[in-house]
Design a protein around this ligand. Structure first.
Ligand SMILES: Cc1cc2nc3c(=O)[nH]c(=O)nc-3n(C[C@H](O)[C@H](O)[C@H](O)COP(=O)(O)O)c2cc1C
Length: 443
């Protein structure tokens, strides 16, 4: 096929790999406006990821399970280390924390509906717990964040688990932001801040400056909730081995590790693309830390997030040692984000279906990342919940298919030994042998 780029090449024109078109556009945009670029979504640069790993299905040396007849379990228990009431989930895929403010009220409600329909948990976010989200979520994890926006001790007691957020994969070391156009009266009321004014969330929690204080804070949270609820600690992937060890020492029942492909509602582009560690590299570090403390698959659970898209990603994360995964961006897409039916409207915003990442703007044609009442009214939480539940079922069935093919009667029985890597980088990061060899670079 004769393409425009073939024509340009024949004419002797050559595009720079260093100064490619997005780079040129970014320089021109910066020169024009004098402000840095803010957007949602996660890192878009190519990074070693789950696609660089493959499963070794069973054949002679391993025995597969029969797809339609033999059972392959998917349930997971989270937080049994200290909590009176750990979470019993039917599937190992959970919904990550996404703030009310970033997302509309109906979108939050739909996340609860979809998760509950398949027996899994959803999570609040910066900005607090909405009644519709609580009402529709069978298992609701309440985030306790550096910003304290929307923090309410009664909501801690209304939650099924508490997630202490130390960082996010999209912006480890940085705080969140919610631009004024999304601060409606309701969002402002929950955050006890004025409407219409940009809100920046702190990157450091005012209640602790280090691991010792965190231990005290976790104990306080346990006391005020009568030791009922599992306490998670969420970290953005950076020095993951040390962070996970410290989180466990501080008393976490569950550690959430969010890799750099992880989504965000809004932060600086330079942050999203240049800070953090890929999800693939973070998992073995977390597993090593838990294993050395004797708590891997033995008391403390590991939830991994950052770029999970399909059942193969879920299965690979579990095989590398996660007990469950969390999804954010994919859940929004399942709800209807970036739907081609809004192509004309995305175009009016200077974007396109499949490219739309301006969650910060609040003009989302799909009515999901907005507080505009007219746009939000386009989104039907019941239909959104149905779509999300379908998607979660597919993720689970795909992970089960792979687990059975590897001869496993439960998805969490998948193990590193079931995997090979197709690139040297992925092999080194995931600590998995390069396909056809027994070579794990760096070990
Ligand atoms: C719209 C949006 C809002 C988010 N809000 C929060 C938040 O309030 N608190 C938080 O810890 N993480 C937040 N995150 C990050 C998610 O919890 C999660 O770490 C990330 O989305 C996982 O990566 P994935 O999007 O590739 O699945 C948000 C992500 C998105 C996409």
């Amino acid at each position: 096929m004769n393409t425009a780029s073939d024509d340009r090449a024949r004419a002797g024109l050559r595009e720079s790999a260093t100064f490619d078109r997005p780079t040129i556009a970014a320089i021109q945009r910066a020169a024009e406006t004098g402000i840095y670029d803010i957007r949602g979504w996660g890192a878009k640069r190519p990074l070693p990821h789950f696609d660089d790993l493959l499963f070794l299905g069973a054949s002679m040396s391993r025995y597969p399970l029969e797809g339609y007849r033999e059972r392959c379990g998917t349930d997971v228990v989270l937080g049994a280390r200290h909590a009176k009431y750990p979470l019993h989930l039917d599937i190992p895929v959970t919904i990550a924390g996404m703030s009310f403010g970033a997302l509309s009220g109906p979108a939050k409600e739909a996340l609860g509906r979809g998760a509950s329909a398949v027996g899994t948990s959803t999570t609040t976010g910066d900005g607090g717990m909405t009644p519709e989200e609580r009402g529709q979520s069978k298992h609701l994890v309440y985030q306790y964040l550096p910003s304290r926006y929307g923090m309410n001790p009664d909501d801690l007691r209304r939650a099924d688990a508490i997630e202490v957020v130390l960082g996010q994969g999209a912006k480890p070391g940085g705080g969140g932001m919610l631009l004024g156009q999304k601060i409606s009266d309701r969002v402002a009321g929950m955050r006890t801040l004025p409407p219409g004014i940009d809100q920046r969330s702190a990157c450091r929690h005012p209640d602790w400056t280090g691991p010792d204080d965190l231990t005290i804070k976790i104990n306080e949270l346990r006391e005020i909730t009568d030791w009922e609820k599992p306490i998670y600690v969420k970290v953005g992937a950076t020095r993951t081995y040390y962070d996970v060890k410290l989180a466990v020492h501080a008393g976490a029942d569950v550690v959430v590790v969010d890799g750099m492909q992880g989504g965000t509602a809004a932060t600086q582009e330079v942050f999203i693309e240049h800070v953090g560690v890929p999800t693939l590299a973070a998992i073995p570090q977390a597993v090593q830390a838990l294993a050395e403390l004797g708590v891997h698959r033995n008391g403390v659970q590991l939830i991994v997030s950052g770029g999970i898209r399909n059942g193969a990603d879920v299965a690979k994360a579990l095989a590398l040692g996660a007990d469950a995964v969390a999804i954010g961006t994919a859940a929004l897409i399942a709800l209807g984000d970036n739907d081609p039916k809004y192509a004309a409207e995305y175009e009016k915003l200077g974007s396109a279906a499949g490219f739309y990442d301006d969650f910060q703007d609040g003009r989302d044609p799909a009515g999901i990342s907005t507080q505009d009442p007219e746009l939000a009214a386009r989104f039907d939480p019941i239909e959104g919940g149905r779509r999300l539940a379908n998607y979660l079922r597919v993720l689970t069935m795909e992970a089960q298919t792979i687990a059975r093919a590897c001869g496993k009667a439960h998805v969490t029985h998948l193990e590193p030994e079931d995997l090979v890597a197709v690139t040297i980088e992925a092999a080194a990061m995931a600590r998995i042998p390069l396909a056809g060899t027994s070579w794990i670079p760096g070990t």
